[in-house]
Design a protein around this ligand. Sequence first.
Ligand code: G1P
Length: 292
Amino acid sequence: MRIKKAVFPVAGLGTRFIPATKAMAKEMLPVVDKPLIQYAVEEAFQAGIEQIVFVTGRGKKALEDHFDRSYEIEHALEAKKKHDLLKQIRELVPPTGTIIYTRQHEPLGLGHAIWCARDIVGDEPFAVLLADDLIQTDRPVLSEMIQKFDRLRASMAAVMEVPKDQTDKYGILDATAVEKDIYRINDMVEKPSPDQAPSNLAIIGRYILMPKIFALLGKKQTGAGNEIQLTDAMKTLLQEQPIFGYKFHGNRFDCGDKVGFQMANLAFALERPDMKDRLLAFIKEVQAEEQG
Ligand code: G1P
């Protein structure tokens, strides 16, 4: 029961980032100089994932090209003797056959996107990563979760506490702490209003799922926002199997939101020694101007 496959739903319309996402998947938006999707793919490979399944939609071409070789660029970099960059762009191309693309024909929700990968994943537990949730940490979340999975042998979602007035943006848990950083989930609900929310413990976009989830998603029941929700299928799975929440360590940025996306850019840029000082000086300048 090793986790070998990771599913990346990348078919979202990215309407909040129009016009940037008119012709390009929102997962291709760069944080500093790397597209969001690359952070998530690197996290998956670091965690020992061997096969990546992209469930794509519009803007698939840029994504496919990103993880493919570009002889034109390689040639130009070679000619300019930019060996570091050349190494970088060659390294980001996984071996042939490790990425599989499938297409979600209609935007019917996250649960439906995952279901589209059923035949590729087959009858084994697998990971799901939502590239929008960018997590700055020195302990990559999926690696930590796979380690926990090796012991707990059950489905799992990454969780964090969110402000009580934001429960309607997340899958929210009713859960009991069972050991350090681990909760046993009793119930879950997708995007409840604050007065309906069982807690402020929210699901963040990293999951390990048992393959039984596909049969439940296949029932195609719609939930919040009239979409087929992963949270609803997990709630049904709870009747048969335990599901755990893993409270990760790190700063999570909601890159599906414009402000969250800008914060992510700033936080990741400030980690770069070659960018930090100029940025800090600029922030101080802007702050001084704001304060008049
Ligand atoms: C999805 C899930 C939700 C989860 C969230 C994390 O929602 O449906 O349960 O809390 O991701 O980012 P979305 O952000 O796609 O609306």
